[in-house]
Structure formats: structure tokens, C-alpha cells
Design a protein around this ligand. Sequence first.
Ligand code: GLN
Length: 252
Amino acid sequence: MKRKVVVGHLYPDYLNIYADRGNMAVLERRAAWRGIAFDYRGVGMRERLEPGEHDLLYIGGGQDREQALVAADLVLKADAVKEAARRGAAVLAVCGGYQLLGRYYRDRSGAELPGIGLFPHHTVAGERRMIGDVLLECVLDADGPRPLAGFENHAGRTILDEDAEPLGRVAAGFGNDGESGYEGCRLGRAVGTYLHGPLLPRNPWFADWILAQALAHRDGGEPQGLEPLADDLEEAAQKISAGRAKARGGRF
Ligand code: GLN
């Protein structure tokens, strides 16, 4: 039987800036090149989310305005998202979506948007936006530290709880708050990050890591390594992106 992954894309019409939708296209291609079907399902406003239906839940970034439009509806899906993650579905949340999967996002006007509390963090917008290329060092499995390169543009400063696990250490750029030296958050197979770009085309190892988590949810058992692909172009793109981040150096 042909292998497949079922992907739920939360609010594709509202939360999709800096080409975040491109992450779906990359996963679709990398799955197809391994003969794996990619069953893409948008999950919008007032639409039910069935825990267990999706192997991967994805949510992109957005300006404060778009976040305010979806926040109340997302809270109605909170239990389903958390139950899906508890049952082992993979989650990838980018920037504005990453913020709303925490406890709350207080925007620059002081308005507090409720989050769903999947990730152990909260976010408060600051005066200056944190913009530019970013380079992280991530240790997600036994393969040891690996680079993650992307682009950030956010006013929010995300504060992780004491015992929370970040996605990676900031080698160049601002990251969660421009202070802690860390970026993103990881909770098992659920990952949140500020990295746009889109993120996955220039980080093939991470795209495969996400795909492997989703397949493990469908097939049961532990995530398995995927058949390697010829990623010359992708790795060249990562080098360029990482080079720009290093050239930009540290913080403010
Ligand atoms: N509106 C949020 C902020 O400014 C998220 C921005 C984004 O998704 N790029 O921090």
C-alpha cells in the first residue's frame, strides 16, 4: 500500500507571510520523491479539527491584524490541537502561528491575544522589530548539531518557561527575544520557530525531520531516516542564507 501523510494547514488564507505556504510545497515534493502521497487539507475558520486525522499540523505567520482575526477561532480548536500533539502528531508553527500556540501574544497596542497553551511560552511585542537573516544550531536527534538558516521579522519577544526546550541556539540573529540566545521551542514532535523564508527549502535536513515525525505518527513506532535526496541546490541556498546571517552578526 502506498505510504501517505495527512497534513492539516491551519488558516492558510490568514497566516501566510514571507512565503510560509512554500513549506507545504517543499514537504509535498520531498514526500513525492520518495513515493509518499501528501494529503493536504486546509483547516479554516469555524472548521472542525479532528484529533488523530492529521499526521502533521502546520500554521504560518501573520501580521498582528491577521493574528487577531484567527485567535478566537484557534482557541476553540485548542483541545483538538493539543490532543493531536499528545497523540504524537507532528506540529510545525512559524512566527505568528508559533506565538498563538503559546499562552498569549500581547501586541504593541497592549491588546492580549489568547493562545492555546500548547508551547510553554508567552510573547510580548517590543518597540523595535527584529528583522534579518538568522542562523541557528539545532540538536534534535542523535545526528548532533545541525544548522538551520532562515529569515525573521517580528515585534514579539517570546519568553520560554524555565524548563522549556528551545529549537536551537542562536549563532546569528535575534531569535526568541534578542536576549536569551535561543530560538523557537520544541515539545517532542511539535516545533515552533520565528524562521520564515520559507524555512524548509533552505533546510532539507529539517524538512525531512518534520516528514519523518509525521510518518511515525501514521506508521506508529519511532521516526525513521528517509532515503537521501540530491540536495545540492538546497544546501547551496542554506550556505548563502547562513552567510548573510553571519555577515549580519549578533543582535541589535
Ligand atoms: N505579528 C507578529 C509579530 O510581529 C508575528 C509576525 C510574523 O508572523 N512575521 O511579532
